[in-house]
Design a protein around this ligand. Structure first.
Ligand code: NAP
Length: 249
């Protein structure tokens, strides 16, 4: 029995493993060319397929999906008062036990860059996963905005601890991440990915800096590639290929 939720990756990629049309693009930059990685309808079908297979409690994204790496951060009101309390988990009852809540939209934000104040959907509120390295005014802003957060890690989010806390404190059993390549790479490197679903689209994007499926430090001499066990797959007449693999331990 695992003490963390089951973690599933669901992404759409080009045949050369690119997950975006270029570097430093967020959800806001999406234009009609992004349809090559899936139209809205295709995404919805892909995700509802995943939801049918797994009972998903948490949908988790990387911060780069929402904020550019180079973005100037919104200035926030300085925090007045005791800081110690701020650096503890903030899981207010009125959000955790909100009637009709079915899950969470989580973002890994270990540097405190996601400052838009988005509270999520009625049935799926936002949950920030943060580290001790974020400034107090950011945590104070989240508290004032009623946005729950889980504290895990020193300067980056300790992904394993964050997942364990999601299980212990929120009873999350399955997490679906459609993260960008760096978050997927970090999860894979730490042995925190259980299943990988990829929808390959019949296009090649190329690029030296365009985000790829898994971006992480190079393998050490004695490190072995992560092996996968094939579960199922489908080749469509359109040339799209969907594959589902379980990560071997
Ligand atoms: N086609 C698809 O299915 C798909 C899906 C999702 C995203 N995308 C695209 O992917 C691009 C973003 O990809 P990306 O690789 O630049 O960004 P990303 O996956 O969002 O990677 C950055 C995230 O990973 C976290 N992270 C990275 N290494 C970590 C580690 N060792 N420990 C803990 N946390 C770690 C970062 O945390 P900090 O913020 O704390 O640094 C940040 O939240 C966007 O263009 C987006 O549109 C495509």
């Amino acid at each position: 029995m695992t003490d963390r939720p089951y973690v599933i990756l669901g992404v759409s990629a080009s045949m050369d493993g690119r997950i975006s049309l270029g570097p430093n693009r967020t959800l806001m930059d999406i234009d009609e060319r992004d349809d090559v990685l899936g139209t809205r309808e295709e995404w919805e079908a892909f995700y509802s397929g995943l939801q049918e297979k797994h009972d998903i409690d948490v949908f988790m994204e990387g911060s780069n999906m929402l904020v550019k790496e180079t973005a100037e951060l919104r200035e926030l009101e300085p925090h007045q008062g005791d800081e110690e309390e701020l650096y503890k988990d903030f899981l207010p009852d009125e959000v955790v036990h909100r009637p009709g809540r079915t899950g969470w939209l989580a973002v890994v934000d270990g540097r405190g860059r996601v400052r838009g104040g988005y509270t999520g959907e009625e049935d799926k509120p936002m949950l920030h996963l943060v580290s001790q390295g974020v400034p107090p005014e950011y945590l104070s802003f989240l508290r004032r905005s009623g946005i729950p957060y889980i504290m895990a890690g020193e300067n980056r989010v300790d992904l394993e601890l964050a997942l364990k806390k999601m299980r212990d404190k929120l009873n999350a059993k399955a997490v679906l991440t459609s993260s960008g390549g760096r978050l997927s790479g970090a999860l894979l490197k730490k042995g925190l990915l259980d299943e990988v679903h990829i929808r390959f689209n019949p296009v090649i994007i190329g690029g030296f800096d365009t985000p790829i499926l898994f971006a992480s430090p190079e393998l050490e001499e004695n490190e072995w590639p992560t092996e996968l066990e094939f579960v199922e797959g489908e080749i469509m007449d359109t040339g799209h290929i969907t594959v589902r693999y379980r990560v071997k331990r």
